[in-house]
Design a protein around this ligand. Sequence first.
Ligand SMILES: [Zn+2]
Length: 453
Amino acid sequence: MTDTLIKNGSIIDGTGRAPLDGSVLLKDGRICALGDEADQQATPDAKVIDATGQTVMPGLIDTHCHLAFDDAGSNSEIFFQRRNALSALVASYNARKLLRAGVTGILDPDSTFENMIDLRDAIDANIVEGPRMSCGSYALITGVGGTAGRLINDEGTTGYYMAVNSKDEIVSEVRRQIKYGADWIKVHVTGIIPRQAHKGELCVWTMDELKLICDTAHDLETPVMGHCRGAGATRKAAEAGFDLIFHGTAMDDDALQAIIDRKIPIAPALTFQYNMVEFGEKIGTSESLMALFEREITDSIETMIAAHKAGVPLLTGSEAGFSLVPYGDWHYREMEVFVKYFGMTTLEAIQCGTQKSAMGLKMEGEVGVIAPGYRADIICVTGKVEEDLSLLGNPDNITNVMIEGVEKDLSPLPKRNPIPGWRLASIGSTKLTREIAFGPEQPPEPLNVEELH
Ligand SMILES: [Zn+2]
C-alpha cells in the first residue's frame, strides 16, 4: 500500500485541541506522522491529497444507528413488514449513505433478525462497503415489553426485540447472542406500559435480573448497553454493571452519582428530539408535541452538563433508522445538540463524536484521533468545521473518507425504487430530509408520531 500524504489541511485531531495547519502522513492504514515530520517522512511515490481550505479530522462515529430499520415510519413497519435477507441487503445500500456523510464507524444497537451482525461481517470481509460496525443482536426485554407496548410478543422475538422471562432464559439468550457474534448485549431497561403510559418509561427488570445479564455477558468479555429513561432505571443499570447508557434522560441526583462514580458513558441520542423541535412544523407536528420533545432535551441539561464536567464520556448517537432521522443526513447533529444545549465548544463536541465515541466500536485508542499510531479513519471536509458543525451536514463538503487509509467511493448512489410490501401504507413516508428541513415546500401528509425508539 503506497503512503498517502494529506497536505495543507487544518487538522482537528479529535482530542479537543485547537486545529493545527499542515500535513498528515498515512502508512499501511495507520497515521504515522503530522506536520513537518509528515512532509519529511513521505516517500516520493506517496499519493498526495491537497486539503487546502479544508478540515482534516477523524471520521464521525455514530453510536446509535439502527441500520436494519430503513428510515421506518413506525414500529409496526419494522415488526411486521420486513424480511430477513432483504432488510440486510437494504441496510448495505444505506451503509453507503453513511460513508458519504463522513461516518466511518457505527454502533448498531439492535436489529431485526439480528441481521446487522451479518452486515458487519460482510463489511469486515470487504464484500460490501460501509463504515466500521460493532453490533448488538436482539434487544433483550421482559414480557412487560419495551417502547412498543402490546405490539411486542410475550415471548420470543418481535422485530428487534427478544423477550426473556426467566433467569434461565436470560443466561441462555445472552450466551447465544455472543456465540452468534454480538459485540454488545443490548437491554431495553425501560418500557412503556400502555395503561401506565402517563408515568413515562418504567424499569421492567429486577435488580437481580440486570446483574445476571451483566455477569453473564462480562464473563464472556462482552459489554452491556441499556436503553434507560428515568432516574430509577438509570441508577439500577449503573449499579448492575452496565457499560454504556443510551438516553439517560431525567436522572436524579442518585442516578447521576451512580453514573459519575463509575464513569459510565452516556449516548443521549437526542437528535431525534432535536429534529422534531427544529423541523417539526415542516412535517406537520403540533406545537404541543414539539414542546414535549424539547422538554426531553431541556430537562436533561443540568445532569448532562454535570456528568460531562465530572468526566463521564458523552457519546454521539443519531437514532438513525427512523423517518425523522434518515440515514446520511443527520449523523453530525448530536454534536450540535451538545453545543446548543450542553454548552460544549464545537471542539469538545467533535471530541465526543470521534475520540470518545470510539468506545462504542470497542476501539478506544485505536480510532477517533489523528495522531501517530492510530488507524487512519479520516475525512476531509471543505471549510472550517470548528466554526460551523453544520458543514458536516452537506455531503458536497465531504470530499474524502478513508477507513484504515483506504479511500471510500463517494460517487452518487443509484436511485432506489420502492420495494413492494415494505412500508406500512397508513403511516405515510414523509422523511425529514435536508431538502424538506431547509426548503420551502410543505409535504402533503402529517407524520403520525408514536413511540418509536
Ligand atoms: Zn434506538
